[in-house]
Design a protein around this ligand. Sequence first.
Ligand code: HEM
Length: 110
Amino acid sequence: MMTLKLYMAQRISALIMAPLVLMHIAVMIYAIQGGLSAAEILGRTQGSVLWMLFYATFVVAVSVHAAIGLRTVLSEWAGLRGGLLNGIAWAILAVLLILGMQAVYGVTAT
Ligand code: HEM
């Protein structure tokens, strides 16, 4: 049951990331026209609720997806089980969420 929920969450997070990553690439191609500067990026992102939601959604999806995926790898490749396995997966989730949200705050806060 637990495994099924993790399986579903990893695939749903992958489905969420697919359009986000396409949008991300499109914005990058647009943004580098005529050079790229920090001022130009921050001019687009600072104070923008839409970009804040876009990147925050991206961070949550990647964090969930990576924590579950790496949990499977740690289980199969390192043979971890039970509380240790789940503890490390939760720690990966927490670190990715904290670092990611700090980055979102860094570029969108005014
Ligand atoms: C747009 C971005 C991404 C998409 C669309 C995506 C999609 C997928 C899909 C479809 C799978 C296959 C799951 C399966 O069949 O078992 C997968 C597995 C995996 N993904 Fe991602 N992924 C993305 C980004 C990431 C990132 C950033 C990480 C960072 C760690 C990651 C880590 C993993 C891992 C470790 C697995 C293997 C899980 C397993 O073996 O069961 N993915 N991903």
